[in-house]
Structure formats: structure tokens, C-alpha cells
Design a protein. Structure first.
Length: 470
């Protein structure tokens, strides 16, 4: 388990040319490694849903039995995102991400070799738990290798890996399930993920300091605030991470609550839209699937646009884009509820647009949580908000099914529109918030001030510089 300890820092390289060359090389290498690696996490996550019909025909399970498997996965995955975030902030992201992918691959293989409902529940529940290792590891890497003013673009590009993985796995899994049986649809992605875990060990690196490089803020002269320029990096204790920078940070709670409603919308459209198109507009299953395909494609463009706009237009502030995108989500939901004509092109455009605006906040809220806590608490903060988000994903299941049953599809769209408005309202206080100093709770700032008083440095950090005429 020593492999999971954060990589030790090396003596900092002083040659600026070497630093620049090494940074350019490693930033690209780390990015493409975690991009492909996280896409493989989706290979061992979404394959079960595609293999499910063939499994039903083979073993004669009913939908309630398979519903238990899906529910257990959601519970373990949501809880793991929070717990793994706490562990991930104090772990080597290189091995942490690889370990999670390795064990999810093993769980998929064991699932494919089983025929018992009990074993299915155990192996898929474990898969959900270790799936939770992927996001915190990537959050740690993204906050250590990319600075505030550029992180929106890098995080947005990385975020599209889930859309690409989610779009590719149905094609591959359906092929294996149709021609070779559902077991191969579970085993082959599992084996591929096991192999990919060793690639991650080879290609990833924990932090720039473990290579003798300066912090990313120093390298790019891009500090979140003036006071953070003089901060010395150190590993935080679990208590500091959990209570000082996450649970006692009001901005994290604001983000978590808004994330809850964003995920209700995201998962409700993902899970129920095919049924809506078939029941209300009389599309065939293939036609409905081809329309919903554009949901993830819209998500790719929405993530990239949201990341670029938050960096370039709003100078690293994530709140304005989240608010604006949530407003447009409410508008699109209203249009979807009113448009009853069967026009495949128009329906595809509406679903694409819905994915575009939903995946903007879906990506940015997780990143804002990492930025408004502490660089050393990024995984915990994003893991906590992710856990709350998946509680919202659970609400998108049975409760929304009940809404459709009792109030029809109009009730479904009204409920989703209300969720979008609530999310937008919670995000409004973050409009002008950019740096973690604005997010860390008040007591922590007071403690820092007391420390300055004790050391006799009171007022030094806040002393205004003489005017230089600029």
C-alpha cells in the first residue's frame, strides 16, 4: 500500500529551459493518459446495461432482479466518490487511478463468469466502489498540472472522455453480446481495462514536484490570488481536508445542492428520453436510440464551450456559465414539452441542445468544487459534490417514473424545469467567486490572521505597495 502514498518531492530544477521543456512534455502525457484511462472506466461501467437483454434471455432473470444489481451499483459508486475523494487527496494519483481501473476490470471478468444473482450483486457492487477511484484521481491531476486561468479548457476536454466512452461502449458491447453472448460483453471490456491499468502506471505522474518541477502556479505565474503566491505547499491532514476545506465551506454546499438538481436532469433525460420518444412520438426503438445518441455528442461540445467561456470570457469564474447554461436548460425543457410533432431532425437537434447545456454545469460544478476548496483537497471536494449528485441521479429513477405514471410526460417536464430553476438559483451567489480564498470559510481566514499576529508579521501581507504610476 506504500505505492498509494503521495510521490515525494524532488529538489527543484533551476534551469528554466529544462523546466519549460519538461512541463510541456509531461502535461500532454498526463492529459492523454487520464483521458483514455477514464474512458476505459466507462467501458466497465456501461457494458452491463447493454448486455442486460441477452442476460435476461440466457438466465431468465426478471427486471426486478436486475434492478437490484443497478441500485447496488449506484449506492456503492455514489458513496465511493466521497470516500475515495478523501483517500485520493492523500494518495499518488498514478497508482490510485490504475488500481481502481484494474479492480473494475477484475470485477467485470468475475461477473461474466458467474450465474448467481448473489454473485452478480457482490461483483457489480464492488465494481461501483472501485469505479469511484477514477474521478478523484483525475481531479488531483487536473489541479496540480493545470493552473486556474487555463483549467477550464483542460478540464472540459478531459470531461469529454466520459461522453466518448459512453458513446463507444454500446456499439462494442452490443456487438459482443449479439455474436458471442453477454458473458463476452462483460469479460472482454474487463480484460481490456486490466491491460489499460498497467498503461496508466507507465504513463501517469503524480505531481510536478515529484519530478523536480515547480508548482504549476509558479511555472505559469498564475496564482488564484495574491495571497496564495507566498503559500508553501504541504500535505494536509484528513481533518483539515474534510472539515476546514470541505464540510465547513459554504460554497461547497451550494455547489453540492445545485449538482443534485443538475444530475436529476442529466440522468432523467438519459434514462427516460427513449421511452418518451417511443410512447409519445411513436418512434421505433432504433429511431429513438439514434436521436438520443446526439445527447452525448451535444455534451462534448457543451463541455468544451463551457470550459473555454469560463476561462476566456469570465477569467476563471465558473458561476456565470453555470447560471446561464442552467437558464437555457430550463428553456430547452420547456420547448421539449411543447413540441409534439414527429420530426426526427428537429428532435435530434433538441436532444443535442439539451446535452450541450446540461453537460456545461455537469462539468464546471465539479471543477468549481475543486477550485473553491484547496488544491490538496480537490479530490475530496469534487468527490463530496459527486456523491450528492448521485443522490440526485437516484431520484431520477423511481420517483420520476412515478411522476410519469401519475402525472404523465407533462408532469415529467414540469418537474425537470423546476429542477433547472432551483439549480440556477443556488448557483447565482457564485457569480463573482473565482479563487478559493473566497470559498474557504471565515474561521480559516481568522486563524491565518492569528498566526500572523503571533509571528509578529501582522499587516505585512496586506501592506499596499507604493504606487508605481501604473
Amino acid at each position: 500500500m506504500r505505492l498509494l502514498n503521495p510521490a515525494p518531492h524532488k529538489e527543484e530544477i533551476q534551469d528554466s529551459e529544462i523546466v519549460k521543456k519538461e512541463y510541456n512534455y509531461w502535461r500532454f502525457r498526463v492529459f492523454y493518459s487520464m483521458f483514455v484511462g477514464y474512458a476505459f472506466y466507462y467501458f466497465t461501467r456501461k457494458n452491463f446495461m447493454i448486455a442486460m437483454p441477452a442476460l435476461i434471455n440466457d438466465l431468465h432473470f426478471d427486471k426486478a432482479d436486475l434492478g437490484i444489481i443497478v441500485s447496488v451499483w449506484s449506492i456503492t459508486y455514489g458513496l465511493s466518490k466521497f470516500i475515495s475523494g478523501i483517500i485520493g487527496d492523500r494518495s499518488n494519483a498514478r497508482y490510485f487511478m490504475a488500481l481502481g481501473l484494474f479492480i473494475t476490470g477484475v470485477c467485470n471478468v468475475l461477473f461474466g463468469l458467474s450465474s448467481s444473482l448473489t454473485l452478480f450483486v457482490v461483483f457489480w457492487g464492488l465494481n461501483g466502489w472501485f469505479q469511484g477511484f477514477g474521478w478523484p484521481a483525475c481531479a488531483r491531476l487536473l489541479t496540480h498540472w493545470y493552473s486556474q486561468s487555463e483549467r477550464g479548457r483542460w478540464w472540459a476536454m478531459w470531461n469529454t472522455s466520459q461522453n466518448i466512452g459512453g458513446a463507444l461502449i454500446p456499439i462494442a458491447t452490443a456487438f459482443f453480446a449479439q455474436y458471442y453472448g453477454w458473458r463476452y460483453a462483460m469479460i472482454l471490456p474487463g480484460v481490456a481495462s486490466i491491460m489499460m491499468s498497467f498503461v496508466l502506471i507507465n504513463r501517469l505522474c503524480d505531481t510536478p514536484q515529484s519530478l523536480g518541477l515547480p508548482t504549476i502556479e509558479k511555472f505559469r505565474d498564475d496564482y488564484p490570488s495574491k495571497s496564495s503566491r507566498n503559500e508553501t505547499e504541504r500535505e494536509l491532514t484528513v481533518k483539515e481536508v474534510l472539515f476546514t476545506y470541505v464540510l465547513n465551506n459554504p460554497y461547497i454546499w451550494i455547489l453540492a445542492v445545485s449538482y443534485f438538481f443538475v444530475y436529476i436532469i442529466r440522468m432523467a433525460i438519459s434514462d427516460w428520453s427513449i421511452l418518451y420518444l417511443i410512447e409519445v412520438k411513436s418512434y421505433s426503438q432504433l429511431q429513438a436510440g439514434s436521436i438520443v445518441f446526439w445527447y452525448d455528442i451535444g455534451g462534448i461540445f457543451g463541455s468544451l464551450a463551457a470550459g473555454w467561456a469560463s476561462d476566456k470570457i469570465f477569467s476563471g469564474r465558473r458561476g456565470p456559465i453555470c447560471v446561464l447554461f442552467s437558464f437555457f436548460v430550463a428553456c430547452i425543457l420547456f420547448v421539449l414539452s411543447m413540441f409534439h410533432e414527429k420530426l426526427q431532425l428537429m428532435d435530434s437537434i433538441l436532444i443535442f441542445t439539451a446535452g450541450f447545456f446540461i453537460y456545461g454545469p455537469q462539468m464546471l460544478i465539479g471543477m468549481a468544487a475543486a477550485e473553491l476548496s484547496h488544491k490538496k483537497a480537490a479530490a475530496t471536494a469534487s468527490g463530496f459534490t459527486g456523491w450528492v449528485a448521485y443522490l440526485g441521479a437516484a431520484v431520477a429513477g423511481y420517483p420520476f417514473g412515478k411522476i410519469i405514471q401519475d402525472y404523465g410526460w407533462s408532469g415529467f417536464f414540469i418537474a425537470l424545469t423546476i429542477c433547472a430553476v432551483i439549480s440556477m438559483a443556488f448557483l447565482l451567489p457564485l457569480w463573482n467567486v473565482r479563487s478559493r480564498e473566497e470559498g474557504v470559510f471565515k474561521q480559516d481566514k481568522e486563524k491565518e490572521k492569528e498566526d500572523l499576529d503571533i509571528t509578529g508579521q501582522e499587516g505585512v501581507a496586506l501592506e499596499p505597495l507604493p504606487s508605481s504610476g501604473r
